[in-house]
Design a protein around this ligand. Structure first.
Ligand code: ADP
Ligand code: MG
Length: 462
């Protein structure tokens, strides 16, 4: 019996998991849906055009190779936009997202407990290179609290998802075990309670609440404990008591335990006893994936075009909270001024957040224009500039086109989106792919390197 599209895809995807990083699978391939098999061609649906292009560029060739044993010789994997998504009406940003499950009746009654944010779930957390270790450790802890890594210590700069991951653990555990007594508290709040406890002589009560009525203890931003001796003393005993009972402890901080000089050595060593993981800054690809997730979450299916998301991702590299802030600001700006959301609107709305584009301030007179780059590359590779800007995909054009894109990126520091526009409205993922390809060939092919270098020299001499 011939294989169903679903079974075929499952086998190919399983193999792909061995070849691609987990974040690529999660962001790009898991959302794909097998739609049909035509001969040795598997058709997959992706949520939108951007995902289609991205998958075609980055994954189609690998998938086709993996599909051979499943679909036969000359197997192909093609992507198309899922129709159901295409038809989905645009929703208003200001409509609140659908309410999630009501708070559990058994929610812990500990008065110190700060509420968990419903949106901080594993499902909403986008994994990339910068956080895959942390996400994996958090996942493992959520599956077997108190058994794998205890404590789990997550550190990293602000706005990179520490609180989100920590709370995702709580959500996952509560889903499975609704009676778990979760205590989530910011270290600052803990400090205040200890100070009040000392002065109000209610330490007994405080100790009971922390030491014997908690199953999952989440303490956010423990770097605030530095230099607070009385609190550290109290915290040390709380920690030991919960740890001794095999209760899971999760801590976050802006620094690793080893870089907290204001913390007693015995706490530093406790903090390091389980697993210490960091979250870093997401790279461009990861930032785009995060923005797309936010867009999905907030039902912004069509309000912000993908090229604008890519533009934001390129300009705002600091942290995820900033990225979110940009989307909110942009939507507000567009709606107040009744403007369609385009790159231009984004440039205006986010003027304070985006870095100026390089070429304008740095020695502008020495840089050629993009037209000049196209002209010289076309001349040297024996084609026309119109050919470079056309959609034609013949090899005589694709090679010089990729070189011209590479030079535009390297010499003019143009943004990916702008380069795409200068080459007949191509997608920024195509530009990334082209620049990568040229860089790879430059490394291994000396004749190619010399040819590109001499084009560069001619451009610099203009
Ligand atoms: P931190 O505690 O490290 O300062 P947060 O956990 O508060 O950062 O994250 C800041 C914001 O960014 C939150 O709204 C969070 O949901 C979001 N965020 C951070 N990392 C991710 C990610 N990998 N995927 C999705 N959202 C993220
Ligand atoms: Mg935080």
């Amino acid at each position: 019996m011939p294989l169903s599209p679903k079974d075929a895809w499952k086998r190919i995807l399983d193999d792909a998991k061995r070849e691609l990083p987990a974040h690529a699978i999660q962001s790009w391939l898991t959302p794909a849906e097998p739609l049909g098999i035509e001969g040795s061609r598997l058709i997959l649906g992706a949520p939108d055009q951007f995902a289609v292009n991205w998958n075609e560029e980055k994954h189609a060739a690998l998938l086709a190779r993996l599909a051979e044993p499943v679909l036969g010789h000359g197997a192909e994997v093609v992507f198309k936009v899922l129709e159901e998504r295409q038809k989905r009406p645009q929703m208003d940003f200001f409509v609140a997202p659908p309410a999630e499950a009501a708070p559990l009746a058994s929610a812990p009654v500990n008065p110190s407990n700060q509420p968990l944010n419903d949106r901080y779930s594993f499902d909403n957390f986008v994994i990339g290179k910068s956080n895959e270790m942390a996400a994996a450790a958090a996942g493992a802890v959520a599956e077997a609290p108190g058994k794998t890594y205890n404590p789990l210590f997550i550190y990293g700069a602000t706005g990179l998802g520490k609180t989100h991951l920590m709370q995702a653990i709580a959500h996952r555990v509560l889903e499975r075990e609704p009676h778990t007594r979760v205590l989530y508290i910011g270290a600052e709040r803990f400090i205040n309670e200890v100070i009040e406890g000392i002065h109000g002589r209610s330490m007994q009560d405080l100790r009971r609440r922390y030491r014997s009525e908690v199953d999952l203890f989440l303490v956010d931003d423990v770097h605030f404990l530095e230099g607070k001796e009385a609190t550290q003393e109290e915290f040390f005993h709380t920690f030991n008591s919960l740890y001794g009972e095999k209760k899971q402890i999760v801590l976050t901080s802006d620094r690793p335990p080893t870089e907290m000089p204001g913390l007693e050595a015995r706490l530093v060593s406790r903090f390091q006893a389980g697993m210490v993981v960091d979250v870093g800054q997401p790279d461009l690809e990861h930032r785009i994936a995060i923005l797309r997730k936010k867009k999905e979450q907030d039902h912004l299916e069509t309000a912000i075009p993908d090229e604008v998301l890519a533009f934001i991702a390129e300009h705002v590299a600091s942290n995820v909270r900033e990225l979110e802030g940009c989307i909110i600001k942009l939507i507000l700006y567009g709606s107040l001024r009744k403007r369609e959301i385009t790159i231009e609107t984004a440039r205006e709305a986010l003027a304070d957040k985006i870095r100026p584009s390089g070429g304008e301030t740095v020695a502008p007179r020495h840089l050629p224009t993009i037209d000049k780059v196209q002209e010289i590359v076309a001349k040297r590779w024996g084609v026309t500039p119109e050919g470079l800007r056309s959609k034609a995909r013949i090899k005589t054009l694709t090679v010089p086109r990729q070189i011209a894109m590479y030079l535009a990126r390297e010499m003019l520091q143009m943004q990916l989106v702008e380069i795409g526009q200068s080459f007949g409205g191509r997608d920024h993922s195509t530009v990334i792919h082209s620049v990568d390809k040229v860089q790879q060939q430059l490394q291994r092919d000396r004749a190619f390197r010399e040819r590109v270098e001499s084009a560069r020299q001619e451009l610099l001499a203009q």
